[in-house]
Design a protein around this ligand. Structure first.
Ligand SMILES: [Zn+2]
Length: 170
């Protein structure tokens, strides 16, 4: 892989990799992802925002402008995709207090929301049992640490084990 000073943990994810984009946001990585963009617009955003391009598009990466600032994703499966990124870009496959900081829907940084404000906007069961809420100031999505996150955590553990088996660390 080409040596480069481009940060490799701020991403632009191409349209074929929506699931991977969501996982990277869950893991706390700044991840741009748009559904309708021309190749030219993708290259512009990658360059302007100094992002590392993750793509499955062999034609896109033939463009000179993205040379030395992309990873060509090999697998169709998100488990293997994350495994590849862990091996090649050293991304962390763990959920902890440093992660869960980013809106999964739109990539914006989340803010803490007091329970008094979150309460009326969530199902009554959630309002009653949860005290820690975060919200997205951009799209309004609310998040709370609950069964959803522990479910994710479990999947990540499986994912991590699976990719350890398939993609040995260097
Ligand atoms: Zn959002």
């Amino acid at each position: 892989m080409a040596q480069s000073h481009i940060p490799r943990q701020i991403f632009f994810v191409d349209v074929m990799l929506g699931k991977l984009a969501r996982w990277l946001r869950i893991l706390g990585y700044d991840t741009a992802y748009e559904r309708n963009m021309t190749d030219g617009a993708i290259v512009d955003q990658v360059l302007n925002e100094q992002r590392w391009l993750l793509t499955r598009d062999r034609y896109l990466v033939q463009r000179k402008a993205v040379r030395g600032r992309y990873t060509l994703i090999r697998s169709d499966f998100v488990i293997d995709q994350l495994g590849q990124l862990r091996t090649e870009l050293q991304i962390r496959l763990a959920i902890d207090e440093k992660t869960l900081s980013r809106c999964v829907a739109c990539n914006h940084i989340l803010e803490n929301i007091p329970p008094s404000q979150a309460g009326p906007r969530v199902p009554p069961f959630v309002a009653k049992h949860y005290t820690h809420f975060t919200g997205c100031p951009n799209c309004g999505q609310l998040y709370w640490a609950g069964t959803h996150w522990s479910h994710l955590q479990q999947r990540l553990k499986l994912l991590s084990q699976a990719s350890t088996n398939q993609v040995p660390d260097q």
